[in-house]
Design a protein around this ligand. Structure first.
Ligand SMILES: [Zn+2]
Length: 254
């Protein structure tokens, strides 16, 4: 796998070994092209995603789950339902789980609405950061560049109980805590599509839009991985709020 200059600079900066995703001994994973509707095939580094577990606000049962919802999640501009907290035992890894989970279906601002292709399971705190980015950065950028507003976001499922390299003792993915999302594209109200895989890096309005929102994401999330990061991200942005460095002040923006 190619070791990118940004990763090299980051590792030098924080004084850590190269992360596992750039280990020279690992085979380059096969990356399947994603359609905008594909909701289950996102890869982070060389993670191998497991199936998304079912989460229900009505029927979900877990002996370790509390009997009540976590404290009320308030995200005024988001459209979501709150679900019961859950740990990772049902998914075979006790480290997984979300204490304040929600199912985020979209967001709204001044009469306009946009939705995800399918509900996304996230922690309330991460959903707040995501909603702020979408409404305060992504929508205005689209408004500046396109004649039609964003109506659909294509994304991964958010929560996925998995570890990097798919190894039992591998580093826990931020997806396993509901603190990450993968976004592959957008659909505008007029039906036109903006695809990270097809439009990233192009000298087009769509390309400029994708560059602008990648830059704005780096001001809100601690990890932003896009097509310039490595081949596994050629089709989507991975966004998370994970901790990097001893004081959690380092950012990865690629
Ligand atoms: Zn991801």
């Amino acid at each position: 796998m190619r070791i990118t200059a940004p990763i090299f600079r980051f590792c030098i900066l924080v004084g850590i070994p190269f992360p596992s995703l750039v280990s020279a001994s690992e085979p380059v994973p096969q990356v399947k092209p994603l359609s905008l509707q594909d909701h289950t095939s996102f890869l982070e580094g060389v993670d191998l995603p497991r199936a998304k577990p079912h989460v229900s606000a009505v029927n979900y049962s877990n002996e370790k789950a509390t009997s009540a919802l976590s404290p009320t999640c308030e995200i005024p501009r988001a459209i979501f339902s709150q679900v019961l907290p859950f740990d990772g035992e049902r998914d075979g890894d006790a480290a997984c789980g979300i204490a304040d989970p929600i199912e985020l279906t979209g967001f709204q601002q001044e009469g306009s609405k946009a939705r995800f292709t399918a509900p996304v399971t996230l922690s309330c705190s991460f959903a707040k950061v995501l909603t702020d980015w979408l409404i305060d950065d992504v929508l205005p950028a689209a408004g500046d560049l396109f004649d039609s507003p964003v109506s659909v976001l294509s994304s991964g499922p958010g929560y996925q109980c998995r570890r990097r390299n798919n190894q039992p003792d591998g580093k826990l993915s931020e997806h396993a805590l509901g603190e990450a999302i993968d976004i592959s594209g957008f659909r505008l109200d007029d039906g036109s599509q903006i695809s990270i895989e097809k439009d990233w890096g192009t000298d087009t309005v769509k390309g400029r839009f994708l560059s602008a929102i990648h830059a704005s994401a780096c001001k809100r999330f601690s990890t932003v991985l896009g097509p310039d990061a490595d081949p596994n991200h050629k089709s989507h942005y991975h966004l998370d709020t994970g901790c990097h460095g001893k004081t959690c002040t380092y950012l990865i923006c690629q």
